[in-house]
Design a protein around this ligand. Sequence first.
Ligand code: DAH
Length: 350
Amino acid sequence: MKETIEKIKEQAKEDIKNISDMKILQNIKIKYLGKKCELTSILKSLGSLSIEERPIIGNLVNKTKAEIEELIKVKENEFKKAEIAKKLEKETIDITLPSTKFIRGSKHPVNRMIEKIEDLFVSMGYDVVSGPELETDEFCFERLNLPKGHPARDMQDSFYITDEYLLRTQTSSVQARTLLKYKDCPEPIRIIVPGKTYRKEDDATHSHQFCQCEGLVIDKRENHVSLADLKGTLEIFVKEVIGDNLDLRFRPSYFPFTEPSYEVDVTCFKCQGKGCALCKQTGWIEILGAGIVHPNVLEMNGYDPKLWGGFAFGPGLERLTMFRYGIPDMRYLYTNDIRFLKQFDRKEND
Ligand code: DAH
């Protein structure tokens, strides 16, 4: 009997040694340790042995079973380890592969322009202020020396919501709001007002919604804020936000809230003043209206025009943006073509 058990053990050892995968291991386990295995039948037949032999053989069988079990366990662990190693190898990250590209949003060119202008004017001591886009007739027109029925109202086709409320046609509306804010204790004002404006226009060169940036400087008369200051300010402005080597031209014009009033042109960015289709062969492109604040505006909004005076200006921002980035058609700015917007991806500090 002992020999048979020894043989089974040796055979099991041999079998376990040669196992090549987990499946065979399971079969071997059943073969040597299962309910119907040889060792179990030996145990079952212990009754036919002598009383002295029974415990000896019983012990031997149990010991052998435990040994075989241990060998199987070792083999099982070996397989498990190999399996994990294989899996890990499969999952290793190839750090030499190129990474997936992050798709970044980009700042809209008009917003870039606004930020540029804000930085410039803040550096010159101006405050950046805002006002409501849904404005009253009073602030948009009346307090800017444009009473009801004034012919100059026709210069701006307005979106009226009610008789009194409209979408502001110009950021100049914030001039009156700012003056009134300080009327009880007037003090010098230096502000810019970038923001959206609306007009009932929609053709190739106009959009029903566009952006302006109003500028207003008011100081005591004794400080002599003059046309020369306006000119100097606009020269710096154009140089910084559009580019060097551009000439400025002041043309006498009319705005109800300034006197004298000017329209200001810059050298055409496309032909450098030689004349082209964009500038209608003139070599100049109009970029803004400006002038010396009308005494009526000061008076109506609580500032004594004998004691206070200053200048104002109001460029449209789409045009400036087009000049700065060489954009040939204003509609590109608002059609949201991703291919167009993407071009501004990398110009973070521009
Ligand atoms: N608000 C005017 C417009 O929309 C532009 C303008 C002209 C603004 C003269 C001014 C100014 O401040 O002084 O056409």
